[in-house]
Design a protein around this ligand. Structure first.
Ligand SMILES: Cc1cc2nc3c(=O)[nH]c(=O)nc-3n(C[C@H](O)[C@H](O)[C@H](O)COP(=O)(O)O)c2cc1C
Length: 162
């Protein structure tokens, strides 16, 4: 598995605008994608994991709470307009399959976004909300009464498309 291949390059694009796509297909078959910039790649339970964070107000939150997996699709400099739309408009109001093209993932139920360069397919192994009571003063200064939920997803497939 190639989850560490291209890591520096991938994180450069993932962690700053225009960001990357977090895509979920839930147990009821609803599909949505949203733009994300915050997340981690690392090791948990001796397996590679991707952690992403989703605010409860997002439409994606409703889906990911009712899903077993998610995918991360990272474009290296393209799909800028699409990332902007998916990062400012809600799937509650628009059909994002008219903005991006979803294509089947290799292993997850959740699809990936066509035309990206780095892909991570993740099984949700753990999720929880970030709690104000456990935040440092610095973290609290970022907290706006809307703490993100985090999702620890085991990377079951990772690939780079040049
Ligand atoms: C560059 C960028 C990065 C973002 N990163 C995150 C993130 O990591 N977590 C999050 O909850 N929202 C993030 N957002 C906001 C969501 O993408 C945005 O609210 C989106 O419209 C939610 O879509 P949805 O309602 O269809 O889920 C980001 C937005 C942008 C533009």
């Amino acid at each position: 598995m190639k989850h560490l291949k291209d890591l520096e390059q991938m994180m450069k694009y993932f962690t700053q605008p225009p960001g990357a796509f977090l895509t979920v297909k839930d147990k009821d078959g609803r599909v949505n994608t949203m733009t994300v910039c915050w997340g981690f790649i690392g090791e948990m339970w001796s397996e590679p994991h991707f952690i992403c964070v989703v605010r409860p107000q997002r439409y994606t939150f409703n889906l990911i709470e009712n899903a077993v997996d998610y995918t991360i699709s990272v474009p290296y400099g393209n799909l800028v307009k699409e990332l902007q739309i998916c990062g400012t408009k809600s799937g509650a109001d628009i059909n994002k399959s008219e903005i991006v093209k979803f294509i089947p993932a290799k292993k997850t139920i959740s699809p990936v976004v066509d035309g990206c360069n780095a892909y991570y397919e993740c099984l949700i192994n753990y999720s929880d909300s970030l709690k104000e009571a456990f935040m440092s003063d610095e973290a609290k200064s970022h907290y706006k009464n809307d703490a993100h939920h985090f999702y620890i997803g085991k990377i079951i497939e990772a690939y780079i498309v040049d």
